[in-house]
Design a protein around this ligand. Structure first.
Ligand code: ARG
Length: 434
């Protein structure tokens, strides 16, 4: 098994016996800290009172926002409003604002919290780490991440109800995979290209036997990168391309990748709190083929995000290329998979197929009536997003429409959901134009 990983890689080290007499400088530093300890204790106690009794609410909705406004310099020095003053490694029951809608705050009852708070996975991943993103970002929709495959078992009392609500998938259900493009019925719904601007299908994958991003060490992450890149370098034909590591990337390459919308977002606050941005940008990078229709993100939210995309609405062609790539990569990098949960991913929304199949689609008329738009997408289990990624807004009536369910249905069904919904959306838009 893997050694214990600390999210902040600050595990205490044993003193070195060959240096019995501390240097003058060390003693001076220690005496400064000793002299200030009582002040610190009083500061922490005051902060704890402000937070637990919600005194900050006289001024602000949110404790973090309050600390940032009141003591920006202290926050800048590294004080973290919801983390730093917890004594020891076991936190208290988190204080969710009343407005919190996340599945974390819905299902982390004090009872579940008590049952799980001292548990750790074999990789040393704790409940505190699993929920940190949702505690620090009360506007999360989900709010939890897994540090490894075992997290889904060790913290099942929290993950199971979240998985049930998001995917409609029960503890006793089994996931089934079907990556056969022959089974997909998807003739191009928009051959004239009047509505669908582009199609993109991605899957998340993680390497079997490795911790997931929130718990991985720098060495292991680098190893994943090396293994994945050497696998990608063997691809040929239409999938042949090049790997661009983020570390040391030139301005010109960076500008080009941004221009192509290939570069992944840096500094996402949900990933940041989940520990997924540690050691950034080391170990991260992007592979793409010469045609820019096939892309792999390395060590973002998942260790691999395998992406197939192209202009227009030939959804089947995009799916077929994706499957070809998945199959080839899998011969080089074994993927983490479970009979129950399918492909293992760091965010529970991506379990199962780990697939998001989407189109960018122009619906200027239909989107005037969001209720009707939503009625169609809900019926086909689809999600509407803006076109600049998750948590973004629409622009000029163009929307990103994708499958919402990923677990308990096959890949073919996930794409079929999206396809059927898109056909109906186009019909509705056409009717409004007539
Ligand atoms: N953790 C974020 C939230 O709960 C994102 C959840 C789904 N998105 C994702 N990229 N995994 O809102």
């Amino acid at each position: 098994m893997h050694k214990r990983h600390d999210a902040d890689s600050a595990a205490p080290r044993a003193p070195r016996p060959e240096q019995p007499v501390p240097s003058l400088l060390l003693r001076q530093c220690e005496s400064i800290i000793d002299g200030e300890l009582d002040h610190l204790r009083r500061v922490f106690r005051a902060l704890e009172l402000i937070e637990t009794q919600e005194l900050y609410r006289e001024k602000y909705e949110d404790f973090t926002a309050y600390c940032l406004a009141r003591w920006p310099r202290v926050v800048e020095w590294g004080f973290h409003p919801t983390r730093s003053y917890h004594k020891g490694s076991i936190m208290n029951y988190p204080n969710f604002p009343e407005t919190c809608q996340s599945l974390l705050c819905k299902y982390l009852t004090p009872e579940v919290f008590e049952a799980l708070k001292e548990k750790t996975t074999p990789n040393g991943f704790t409940l505190e780490q699993a929920i940190r993103s949702g505690v620090e970002n009360p506007d999360s929709s989900i709010g939890v991440y897994a540090g490894d495959k075992e997290s889904y078992e060790v913290f099942d009392r929290l993950f199971d109800p979240i998985i049930r609500e998001y995917h409609g998938f029960d503890k006793s259900d089994r996931h089934q995979s079907n990556l056969n493009p022959e089974d997909l019925d998807a003739p191009n719904p928009d051959p004239e290209g009047a509505y669908i601007l582009s199609t993109r299908i991605r899957v998340g994958r993680n390497m079997d036997g490795m911790p997931l991003g929130p718990a991985i060490s720098k060495e292991e992450r680098d190893e994943v990168e090396a293994r994945v890149v050497s696998g990608l370098e063997t691809l040929d034909g239409a999938l042949r391309g090049r790997y661009y590591p983020l570390l040391g990337m030139s301005e010109a390459v960076q500008a080009q990748l941004i221009e192509d919308h290939f570069l992944f977002k840096e500094g996402d606050r949900f990933l940041e709190s989940a520990g997924l941005n540690r050691d950034w940008p080391a170990g991260r990078g992007i592979y793409h083929n010469d045609d820019k229709t096939f892309l792999v993100w390395v060590n973002e939210e998942d260790q691999l995000r395998i992406i197939s995309m192209q202009k227009g609405g030939d959804i089947k062609e995009v799916f077929t290329r994706l499957v070809e790539a998945i199959n080839q990569i899998e011969t080089k990098v074994p993927f983490s998979y479970s009979e129950h949960l399918g492909y293992i991913t760091s965010c529970p929304t991506n379990l199962g197929t780990a697939m998001r199949a989407s189109v960018h689609i122009a619906l200027p008329k239909l989107s005037q009536d969001m209720e009707r738009f939503r009625e169609i997408t809900d019926r086909h289990h689809l999600q509407i997003r803006g076109i600049h990624g998750e948590h973004s807004e629409s622009e000029g009536g163009v929307y990103d429409v994708s499958n919402r369910r990923r677990l308990g249905i096959t890949e073919v069904e996930a794409v079929q959901d999206m396809y059927n919904g898109v056909v109906e959306l186009i019909e509705a838009e056409k009717a409004l134009n007539a």
